[in-house]
Design a binder for this molecule. Structure first.
Ligand code: ZN
Length: 304
């Protein structure tokens, strides 16, 4: 049995896992942000609640990046973990093997083992949430890449500056990563809203824009056309480089089946591989993806 955790800036969720899809929830507690001793105590308490035997492993999905060589975690919104070799430090206190992975990577592990990617060898998971993220799993194993940054297709100056339908020039916006013109600045939910305001001068929530588009509204359709072009281009490049069998899409925008179907046909029309089967599909696991992904991180390492 693996005790698995989904750790975000506001809450720690925990569960025990005895198979790649069978979770027993252990509840959630607020995340101690400043005090590492309080953090380890919260984890230890949840492990005990789950009835884990001495020395049984724990696996963690976290909102940060883990360097696969040093184990150092970069977790901006949980200061007591930032800069620590998290798995080593936690393992030393708890006397258990500990595995840690980024939450986007855990999302892809979950989809690859128990969701839309099940049965596929190469799974590239794309997150279109507040911003843009991703990760990849090959033959069931997470591919972390140098420094742990593999799959981060949302950053770098890659947004087109001009599109033809509708005819439009796009400014390069500054991104949280310090660069300008990242897909992250226009490819997530905030991006849809930004594009809608640029085109039409009106502020509308992304969900409302998508709803109006599916109801046939012309202005919303222009926004979605622009959005699809900007996102399909880099995602098609990802597909050409990585060669995924399937691309599950998570995050809030992944909940819109019509939007993802539109993105799928736009990506497939731009890639070299010709296939009639859907490539870009909605993710199947939403609520517990972090926990299921963490559990499968453990199972994929031979833990049980
Ligand atoms: Zn960026």
């Amino acid at each position: 049995m693996i005790t698995c955790f989904d750790i975000g800036g506001s809450a720690i969720k925990a569960a025990t896992a005895s198979g790649s899809e069978s979770l027993t929830p252990l509840g959630r507690v607020p995340t101690p942000l400043q005090d590492f001793a309080a953090f380890t105590a919260a984890i230890a308490q949840l492990v005990e609640t789950g009835g884990a035997t001495a020395g049984s492993p724990i696996a963690i999905s976290i909102t940060g990046v883990i360097d696969p060589d040093s184990g150092i975690a970069t977790v901006a919104n949980i200061p007591c973990l930032d800069g620590r070799p998290l798995a080593q430090d936690l393992g030393a206190v708890l006397q258990r093997p500990v595995l840690v992975a980024n939450d986007a990577d855990c999302f892809v592990l979950a989809e690859a083992h128990a969701g839309a990617g099940r049965g596929h060898r190469v799974v590239f998971g794309a997150i279109l949430g507040t911003g843009v993220g991703g990760g990849m799993v090959v033959d069931g194993q997470l591919h972390r890449g140098a420094g742990g940054w593999a799959g981060e297709w949302g950053h770098g100056t890659i947004v087109a500056t001009e599109v033809s339908v509708p005819p439009f020039k796009i400014a390069h916006f500054p991104c949280g990563c310090g660069r300008i013109g990242c897909l992250d600045t226009v490819g997530g939910a905030r991006g849809v809203e930004k594009l809608h305001k640029l085109l039409h001068g009106t502020e509308l929530a992304s969900l409302a824009i998508i709803e109006q588009w599916t109801a046939g509204d012309a202005a919303a359709a222009q926004t979605v056309d622009l959005y699809i072009q900007l996102v399909a281009q880099p995602l098609a490049l990802v597909a050409n480089i990585v060669g995924p069998d399937i691309i599950p899409v998570g995050g809030g925008l992944g909940n819109s089946a019509p939007l993802i179907a539109r993105l799928d046909s736009a990506v497939r029309s731009r890639i070299l591989r010709q296939t009639d089967r859907p490539l870009v599909v909605p993710a199947q696991l939403t609520a517990d993806a972090g926990l299921i992904g963490a559990a499968n991180l453990g199972f994929s390492q031979g833990w049980h």
